[in-house]
Design a protein around this ligand. Structure first.
Ligand SMILES: NC(=O)c1ccc[n+]([C@@H]2O[C@H](COP(=O)([O-])OP(=O)(O)OC[C@H]3O[C@@H](n4cnc5c(N)ncnc54)[C@H](OP(=O)(O)O)[C@@H]3O)[C@@H](O)[C@H]2O)c1
Length: 294
């Protein structure tokens, strides 16, 4: 039984069908089974658990042979945070996987490190360290930014109000990979014991600025609208002012500033050599598929 925590997310919804198509039984761990929708079906069980609740995680992982963690607490409902989900929640998942004698695939980020300016990247680093020290057979999949995630952030306001928000100057190149390619790699990591003990880093073909990505969103949506830059001083002010009342917004503003200034370029990544038959979806293709299906 492969338990997928985060099976309802952008990555998880692409991963679960790959596992079931290979005839593998899957259990999706979610806080809200009602939202699993089209994921439920033959070969897929759904179980309710919040990764911040160690007892619930223990129950959800009973009988697991492999656990995939594709959760994050960077944004989203339920008062989540990188500290509570990526650090503490992953520690709960790893401890429960150890009790079950299961293998573990952790989805992390390219650049994860103890001193990274983005809190999520520090929390992912801590989860990686907990996993390595756990004695559980592990594989770490590190990915760059998902084209689909950032295109969704831009396409929603474009459709609703004709405006695409771009955080900062929008001129810093960032590597974007398709969640489809990351799902294919994660499925291989979950099913190939030969990949245990490896860190698999995956990027996409494209190093694009947010302005470039906005252009691709306009093209794929067939609707140009207006690009509106949220200036760096506004992001800085938001990161301070929102901290006590809306910590997630403050976190996003800080991350946006970092993404506007840090070197976030990457190549296709060494994982493409370790697992050579992965799909190579360009950002343009990923956006076309995403925006034509929503
Ligand atoms: N998006 C990116 O640009 C990107 C880049 C590199 C790496 N990653 C990594 O890839 C993985 C998947 O990301 P994604 O963008 O596909 O995620 P997503 O679409 O934002 O979905 C987040 C997932 O996390 C789950 N989750 C959050 N808090 C939870 C909690 N307290 N308990 C249980 N589940 C919780 C959600 O499940 P429910 O709501 O169903 O409970 C949901 O399935 C994550 O590990 C992320 O850090 C993402």
């Amino acid at each position: 039984m492969i338990v997928v925590a985060g099976g309802t997310g952008t990555l998880g919804r692409r991963l679960v069908p790959l596992l079931t198509a290979a005839g593998l039984p899957v259990r999706v761990l979610t806080r809200d089974p009602a939202q699993t929708g089209s994921l439920a079906g033959p070969g897929v069980e759904v179980t309710r658990a919040d990764v911040r609740d160690a007892a619930a995680v223990g129950r959800a992982l009973r009988g697991a042979t492999t656990v995939v963690s594709a959760v994050h607490g960077f944004a989203g409902p339920g008062g989540v945070s990188p500290a509570s989900v990526d650090r503490a929640g992953n520690a709960n998942l790893i401890a429960a996987a150890a009790r079950e004698g299961a293998g573990f695939v952790l989805v992390s980020v390219v650049g994860a490190g103890p001193d990274h300016p983005i809190g999520l990247f520090r929390a992912k680093h801590d989860a990686e360290e907990t996993l390595r020290a756990s004695g559980v057979p592990w594989t770490i999949v590190r990915a760059t930014a998902f084209a689909e995630t950032w295109a969704t952030i831009m396409a929603g306001p474009l459709r609703a109000s004709g405006t695409i928000p771009v955080f900062g100057r929008g001129r810093n190149p960032i590597n974007f990979v398709s969640a489809t390619d990351v799902a294919a790699l994660t499925a291989r990591a979950a099913t190939d014991p030969g990949l245990r003990g490896q860190v698999l880093e995956l990027g996409g073909q494209d190093n694009l600025t947010f302005d470039d990505l906005a252009g691709l969103v306009q093209e794929a949506a067939g609707h140009s609208g207006t690009v509106r830059h949220i200036p760096r001083p506004a992001l800085r002010a938001m990161s301070w002012l929102a901290a006590p009342v809306r910590p997630a917004l403050a976190r996003q503003a800080r991350a946006a500033l970092a993404m506007d200034t840090l070197d976030m370029t990457f190549g296709p990544g060494p994982a493409r050599q370790a697992v050579p038959d992965l799909p190579e979806t360009s950002a343009r293709q990923a956006l076309k598929e995403l925006l034509n299906s929503t």
